[in-house]
Design a protein around this ligand. Sequence first.
Ligand code: GRF
Length: 202
Amino acid sequence: MKPRVRTAVLVSGGGTNLQAIIDKSAEGAIPSAEIVVVISDREGVYALERADKAGIPSEVVPFKETGRGEFERRLAAALESRGVEMIVLAGFMRILSADFTAHYPNRILNIHPSLIPSFCGEGFYGLKVHKAALDYGVKVTGATVHFVNEIPDGGRIIMQKAVYIDDNDTPETLQKRVMREAEWVIYPEAIEKAASEIRRSK
Ligand code: GRF
């Protein structure tokens, strides 16, 4: 049997998607990938505690103090030293450069809380995405897992799941429902799908 795909999860915040991935992995639902490290671009975020509790090594590679060039050099070194083959962005709030993403073609995954190509691209993050969907008046939104390339939210789509909007929804209630009904469901599935393809090609 070929070895599992060595995977890094990059985070910046609470890490509920990371938790969903950890839980599904513990259930045996992501047999093709092994999370070898969790990397945060800032100290003190709860996602790091989640990694600790799950016994997964973690690292902080600071962004703010150094800027993107130095950040990406240190990130690349951390990934290389651990033999990382696939990168999962889970609430990671930085945009990676074209140079960086070119090193990992079809090897970086992201989840976006809308049905791409709606409400996505630069500036669409967090509650802004859900506010834009409500302001537009769409009746269906959802989440999209896609590969990351040089265009923000522009890489090939791996999986999507729709979520119906209620008349009473606020950006906050919609954000929670999209996470529960779509993000936490499809991210582990999409990771397994991408990892199994990488594993087959090894
Ligand atoms: C999620 O809404 C995800 O779609 C977006 O950032 C949020 C991360 O939340 N990319 P968490 O840190 O996984 O809880």
